[in-house]
Design a protein. Structure first.
Length: 326
């Protein structure tokens, strides 16, 4: 029984599944963003990929049947497919977080609370070298918190990108922008960038992203298009922080008009951030509705999410992705 976009949206809404023993060997742990610190695995079915968190209690359960995995919903078969092992964080890509800590304090993100590791140059390059030997290796994606300052983070990432170009695969970078980050990353050899606006409601942004500037990020995105080109500049928009559908759709229109492809990402409340941000349960129907609206807008502006070379739009595990899922 294949998974379609509607079923994928339902699984994203649930956020996770119970698992049986054999699946435990396929788990990976995220080190970035709202899902940091949580274990998950990738399930592929019907041409769709979804990242499923592991839960002690869920309406859904993943069970191994030989080489096949069956997802049960309330004890009945919901979808069947296979597990895809992550090369590093996701299938087909070495997706590495440089700084697992951040001086900013976005209220939905556990990274500042986790105070994780800061990977050194040699460690990161070893991860890439090992990942490059895995079957299906197609791209490198780099993300990073802000350990000390955005400028210092940019220097560290750019040095790594310069070394990584020898692998002859596309390299994408997602960091907090600086005045010259796009120039520096382009010169280093990056093919794509992602600067996250996080939420499109200015009032919500001010509350949940203290110390950051929504307008600054938007300007950095617009400038990046002039260097990296249309279809190769991205931004995350979190859904579930109290914004309206109208706000999201208007923002998608504004960004797409400038050649930027938004990634609509369901916010995942983290126990380390309980009560700090007003998050709401995002229904699968809403995710589908917004993704369908985004696809229409992208089509109108001549943009294609499936032309992305790196990162989330290639992975698709966390989102309903236009031109890939719908």
């Amino acid at each position: 029984m294949p998974m379609d976009a509607k079923k994928k949206a339902e699984l994203i809404e649930e956020g996770g599944v119970e698992v049986d023993g054999p699946i435990l060997s396929h788990l990976s742990r995220s080190t970035a963003g709202p899902g940091a610190g949580l274990e998950s695995f990738f399930f592929n079915s019907g041409g769709h990929r979804v990242r499923l968190g592991v839960r002690k209690s869920s309406r859904f359960k993943a069970c191994s049947h030989g080489e096949e995995v069956v997802i049960l919903k309330d004890g009945k078969e919901f979808a069947s497919g296979r597990i895809e092992d992550a090369i590093a964080h996701c299938p087909e890509q070495v997706y590495v977080t440089i700084s697992e800590r951040c001086v900013f304090d976005c209220k939905y993100c556990p990274v500042p609370k986790l105070q994780g590791r800061v990977k050194g140059f040699e460690e990161v390059m070893e991860l890439v070298e090992n990942g490059s030997k895995r079957p299906g290796f197609k791209a490198i994606s780099i993300t990073s918190g802000v350990w000390k300052s955005p400028e210092e983070e940019l220097c560290r990432v750019a040095r790594l990108v310069k070394e990584m170009v020898k692998y002859n695969v596309p390299i994408g970078v997602s960091i907090y922008p600086t005045d010259n980050s796009s120039e520096v990353l382009r010169e280093a050899g990056a093919r794509e960038v992602k600067y996250n606006v996080e939420t499109v409601d200015p009032n919500i942004f001010e509350k949940v992203c203290p110390g950051l500037s929504l307008e600054y990020i938007k300007k950095a995105l617009e400038h990046a298009v002039s260097l990296f080109g249309r279809n190769h500049v991205f931004t995350n928009i979190l859904v579930g922080l109290g914004e309206s559908d109208e706000d999201v759709i208007l923002a998608v229109e504004e960004l797409a008009d400038k050649g930027i492809i938004p990634i609509l990402r369901k916010v995942n409340p983290h126990p380390l951030r309980a009560g700090e941000a007003c998050t709401e349960n995002v229904r699968g129907e809403r995710l589908l509705r917004l993704a369908e609206a985004e696809r229409r807008i992208l089509d109108k502006h001549g943009l294609r999410a499936d032309l992305a070379l790196t990162g989330c739009l290639v992975c698709t595990g966390c989102d309903i992705t236009p031109h890939r899922d719908i």
